[in-house]
Design a protein around this ligand. Structure first.
Ligand code: 8GP
Length: 841
């Protein structure tokens, strides 16, 4: 029931409408009010946690006012909306971002100071919203920021996990996982107890013919779980547009617990149903680039997809438009295959619930969806066993079989008699048990499929989805190279650099049009500018050095070359190549005369990242890094020349400290394995150079910034297959320098070598799938070039300035505009800057 206030009473509403604060005094008033009323505290017991809570609530109130207006404006305009479906949104902290995006950070800073707090301390109280694993989840977060900043009517839909990605502790060099219960106090979400959707699981399908002879399918029985919406406002930068991220939380349908069981004394099982239902949104699966095929994961996927589609369809039906207009009003983007069930669910809604014909419904479905692929790694491509599907979602399985049948018929018409082709492209894999191939379903059910960097988009067309290019033609496949939001990854993470750039380019406009950075080229040889530029880098390194000292106890020299590799730990990302290189450096230093040592540039090798809890090899790599650090860092022969640091619990807020402090960062995946990478972009944008392979977005970064400004090495993607073949069927001799590294490990120099046997063995005895040995020599040589180049600081600084100046392409705003034009066909809904927006900046 719509509960709209009648016309005559609306004047009173308008008179007392919430007004977002703009001034420092009004901000302080809000903070004090929240401390004294919402938090029931006073100036006599207001600690930093309480001040964080009150400041956040003040900003939240402000955001929600703009959120309401935005939603009204978008509903009224009735233009096409984008729905971005992602199982992961790696948002990080919200307060700093909210203050900067509405342009009131200085107001808040002064206000907090007058109330007795330092803004940095308050910002640091916030717990990261860590509802994601790595690149895929952070990309979704950058996209939300860009969509709001560009005024696109766009919502994100996801799951409100009670536990985000685990917290990582390092104990005796090993990774230990600790649950991340982040919801203790979360001022940024609004529970919408009025928005609850019933989601059905299990049961069976009854089919019959109705009076007019039409086939009807009814999915009945089974169990119902309730999905409750939690809304998180997403403020755009320098615009009132505040979009929505809606996250679903699961609850048992039966309410609190079963009273009958309770009254008969069976208390435990009366709460069991409740708990089982709540399990669905309890925890984020901690795997990056790996699919494990667990039933609970499929339950999460359907739960989220069903609730989101119900919501989207409900909103569409209010407009009373014809179903055929659905794709004109709605674009749904599938962030990887995780939401692929949405394709099946929409088809089910249209044919089973709304009575449309199959073909009519299917046209609507395929025109609505777009699918983004984020990986070619075979172990990450989702497949679900048919029996599991049959049990959990019996009606959906039938629809998938029908989709497959019609699809294979069309293939048969195009390629008559090609049985192999049919077997290769079938959505159902004829294995034991049969499997549903989700990526194939996503391709068949979408109108566009995109990869996330040029090389990756080419690879999907020539390898895993080759047949589909033949079937649908090349136009269905496209590329949108990833990007990052300069608001968080420059303005927020590196305020001094942002300020310097603003002072030379005429204000903060570069944060809305990153190509403005180009204007920095003219300062690449400007002495005064270079000095300031270098000072900022040094200050950022000092900040990181302090952080390293406080968290690891190790003292590092901020004048040393900071060499950073932070990302999920994965064999394909090759942190092992990096640490073997470090050991090689250690050996080299040990063999040097004191004279030679004086000539070497001191280096700090910094690692960070989580391993999936079940990924033994990745955990072994972490263990080796820590053990190498323990030996090297206290070796008097080495001193400042080499320090090895593993930063515990890498996450978004730590990335904001780490990224601005790099001299070089490592993006050294085996060519053809890293779809894009996005931290490569963040590091370059912050004035660091890259050592990298010809992989993912490194290639486009090179094209943009120039090959003189990047250290590339290693084999090319096109040669990887042949090399692997040689390893397995020809001769495989290891690089002699790598052999020395292995010998040192085997001498127990870094603790019991048995612990690292699987790691060295994977290279020596098991085919070296990731080509560590093949690339080792060129990696070491390139590191030597880095050492040399770093000695010439003047040239180095010029390189970093030129690189930053040429990074405009990698703004996520550019990505969103490309998606909007090539895939979604949506327009922004411009708003007048006006009431309520912060005036400063
Ligand atoms: C990641 C890619 O590995 C990374 O190169 C890319 O930058 C990022 O997506 C954003 O596009 N892919 C994944 O995280 C991924 O495929 N995860 C799925 C297996 C869950």
């Amino acid at each position: 029931v719509e509960a709209s206030i009648p016309e005559p009473q609306r004047d009173a509403w308008k008179k007392f409408q919430a007004k977002p604060f703009v001034s420092k005094d009004d901000f302080e008033k809000e903070v004090v009010r929240h401390v004294e009323t919402t938090l029931a505290r006073s100036m006599f017991n207001c600690d930093e946690t309480a001040a964080y809570a009150a400041a956040s609530l003040a900003f939240r109130d402000r955001l929600i006012t703009e959120w309401n207006r935005t939603q009204q404006r978008q509903t009224f305009a009735d233009t096409k909306r984008v729905y971005y479906l992602s199982l992961e949104f790696l948002m990080g902290r919200a307060l700093d971002n909210a203050m900067l995006n509405v342009g009131l950070k200085n107001v808040a800073k002064e206000g907090l100071s007058e109330l007795g707090f330092r803004i940095e301390d308050i910002i640091n109280q916030e717990h990261d919203a860590a509802l994601g694993n790595g690149g895929l989840g952070r990309l979704a977060a950058c996209f939300l920021d860009s969509m709001a900043s560009l005024n696109f009517p766009a919502w994100g839909y996801g799951l409100r996990y009670k536990y985000g990605i685990f917290k990582q502790e390092i104990v005796d060099g090993y990774q230990v996982e600790v649950p991340d219960y982040w919801l203790d106090f979360n001022p940024w979400e609004f529970p919408r107890h009025d928005i609850v959707v019933d989601v059905q699981f299990y049961g069976g399908v009854r089919k019959y013919q109705d009076e007019v002879g039409k086939n009807v399918a009814v999915w009945e029985g089974g169990e119902i779980v309730k999905a409750t919406a939690y809304d998180v406002p997403i403020p755009g930068f320098d615009t009132p547009t505040t979009n929505n991220m809606r996250l679903w939380s699961s609850k048992a349908a039966s309410g609190e617990f079963d009273f009958q069981k309770f009254n008969s004394g069976d208390y435990e099982s009366s709460v069991a149903d409740q708990q089982r239902a709540e399990t669905i949104s309890a925890v984020l699966y901690p795997n990056d680039n790996l699919d494990r095929g667990k039933e609970l994961r499929l339950k999460q996927q359907y739960f989220w997809v069903a609730a989101s589609l119900y919501d989207i369809v409900r909103r569409f039906k209010k407009s009373k438009r014809a179903w055929s207009e659905f794709p004109d009003q709605i674009a749904i983007q599938l962030n990887d295959t995780h939401p692929t069930l949405a394709i099946v669910e929409l088809q089910r809604i249209l044919i089973d619930m709304e009575g449309l014909d199959w073909d009519e419904a299917w046209t609507i479905v395929t025109n609505t969806f777009g699918y983004t692929n984020h990986t070619v790694l075979p172990e990450a491509l989702e497949k679900w066993s048919v029996p599991l599907f049959q049990n959990l979602l019996p009606r959906h399985l039938q629809i998938i079989y029908d989709i497959n049948m019609f699809f294979l018929q069309s293939v048969e018409r195009k390629f008559p008699g090609d049985r192999d082709m049919l077997a290769r492209v079938s959505i159902i894999e004829e294995s034991q048990p049969k499997m549903v191939r989700m990526a194939f379903l996503a391709i068949v059910g979408s109108h566009k499929v995109n990869g996330v960097a040029e090389l990756h988009s080419d690879l999907i067309k020539t390898t895993i989805f080759k047949d589909f290019v033949k079937i649908f033609g090349p136009d269905k496949f496209t590329n949108v190279t990833n990007g990052i939001t300069p608001r968080r990854w420059l303005h927020q993470a590196n305020p001094r650099l942002s300020e310097l750039i603003a002072s030379k380019t005429g204000g903060l406009g570069f944060l809305k049009d990153l190509n403005v950075l180009n204007e920095l080229e003219k300062f690449a040889d400007d002495k005064a500018f270079k000095k300031e530029w270098a000072e900022i880098k040094y200050a950022n390194k000092v900040r990181l050095a302090k952080y390293i000292k406080s968290t690891t106890g190790v003292t590092v020299n901020p004048a040393a070359l900071f060499d950073i590799q932070v990302k999920r730990i994965h064999e394909y990302k090759r942190q092992q190549l990096n640490i073997f290189g470090v050991i090689h450096r250690y050996l080299t230093i040990k063999a040097m005369t004191p004279e030679q040592r004086k000539k070497l540039a001191p280096r700090v090798s910094i690692f960070g990242g989580k391993a999936a809890p079940g990924y033994w090899m990745a955990k072994t790599i972490i263990h080796l890094i820590n053990n190498v650090g323990a030996v090297v860092n206290k070796d008097p022969d080495v001193g400042d020349l080499l320090k090895v640091i593993f930063l515990e619990d890498y996450n978004v807020s730590k990335a904001e400290i780490i990224t601005p402090a790099s001299d070089v960062s490592e993006h050294i995946s085996t060519a053809g394995t890293e779809a894009s990478g996005t931290s490569n972009m963040k590091f370059v944008l912050n004035g660091g150079l890259i050592i990298g392979t010809c992989d993912g977005a490194n290639i486009e970064i090179t094209r943009e910034i120039g090959e003189n400004n990047i250290f590339l090495f290693g084999n090319l993607a096109e040669d990887v297959e042949d090399l692997r073949h040689t390893h397995n069927y020809g001769s495989h001799t290891l690089d002699p320098d790598l052999v020395k590294v292995f010998d040192l490990i085997k001498s127990n120099a870094f603790g019991d070598a048995g612990a690292f046997g699987a790691l060295t063995g994977s290279i020596e005895d098991h085919g070296d799938y990731y080509l560590v040995s093949d690339d080792f020599h060129s990696y070491i040589q390139t590191q030597t070039l880095v050492d040399e180049a770093y000695k010439n600081q003047e040239e180095w600084i010029t390189k970093t300035i030129l690189s930053v100046a040429r990074m405009g392409f990698f703004s996520s705003d550019r990505c969103i505009n490309e998606y909007a034009e090539m895939i979604w066909n949506v327009e922004p809904l411009p708003v007048e800057k006006g009431s309520g927006l912060g005036k400063e900046e």
